[in-house]
Design a binder for this molecule. Structure first.
Ligand code: HEM
Length: 175
């Protein structure tokens, strides 16, 4: 199976790039300042949800097979995906709880409970680790897409093509 940039893959790749860049920017609020940080933190939910919907087939079939016969790597990948989703959601929630811009716009005031700020910081650190692992699990897919679709038009086709295995979402991405 060869990875080609069909429409689904194009949408997927664009969403991944948007989510990736947004998360990197979000992890360092001084880059943008708090107002953009807060709005971006809320907006990133959209590519995240679409990403989830596009990969729904893989997600539901892996859920069904989770306690059955499944390669160890797929199991780790599955757990990492859920960890990432839960962390992003919790990070967004704690962010809203300490919001200095978005909440006041709606006439609400942020929670002064220190725990939310503390959690927001701890969750961001955990997010960075899980996000890195998530990227590491998909590095072959990312490299192949970059080689085949971005570098190949300039430097020719790469010699090796990544063959999809059941360990990643590749069965959906590849055709
Ligand atoms: C899911 C994406 C998000 C990530 C990865 C993220 C990450 C971070 C990080 C790393 C910090 C700096 C913490 C520190 O002081 O070391 C921070 C601060 C902050 N974040 Fe977020 N955040 C996200 C979403 C949000 C949302 C949705 C809001 C509000 C609507 C928000 C509001 C804030 C505020 C107000 C601060 C400043 C806290 C302070 O210094 O008093 N964040 N965020």
């Amino acid at each position: 199976m060869r990875i080609s940039l069909n429409t689904t893959n194009k949408i997927k790749l664009s969403l991944d790039v948007i989510t990736f860049v947004s998360t990197l920017v979000l992890l360092s609020p001084p880059i943008t300042g708090i107002p953009i940080h807060e709005w971006l933190g809320l907006a990133v939910i959209i590519p995240l949800l679409v990403h989830l919907l596009i990969n729904w087939g893989w997600l539901s079939s892996t859920t069904r097979r989770f306690f059955g016969r499944l390669p160890g790597q797929t199991r780790i990948n599955y757990l990492l995906n859920w960890a990432l989703f839960i962390l992003m959601t919790a990070e967004g929630f704690t962010g809203v709880m300490i919001s200095k811009v978005v909440l006041p716009m709606f006439g609400l005031s942020a929670s002064h409970v220190y725990i939310y700020k503390y959690l927001h910081i701890i969750l961001a650190d955990s997010l960075l680790i899980v996000f890195g692992l998530h990227l590491a699990m998909h590095w072959r897919w990312i490299l192949t897409v970059i080689k085949k679709n971005i570098l190949a038009p300039f430097f020719g086709q790469p010699k090796s093509v990544y063959h999809a295995s059941a360990t990643t979402h590749s069965s959906i991405n590849a055709e």
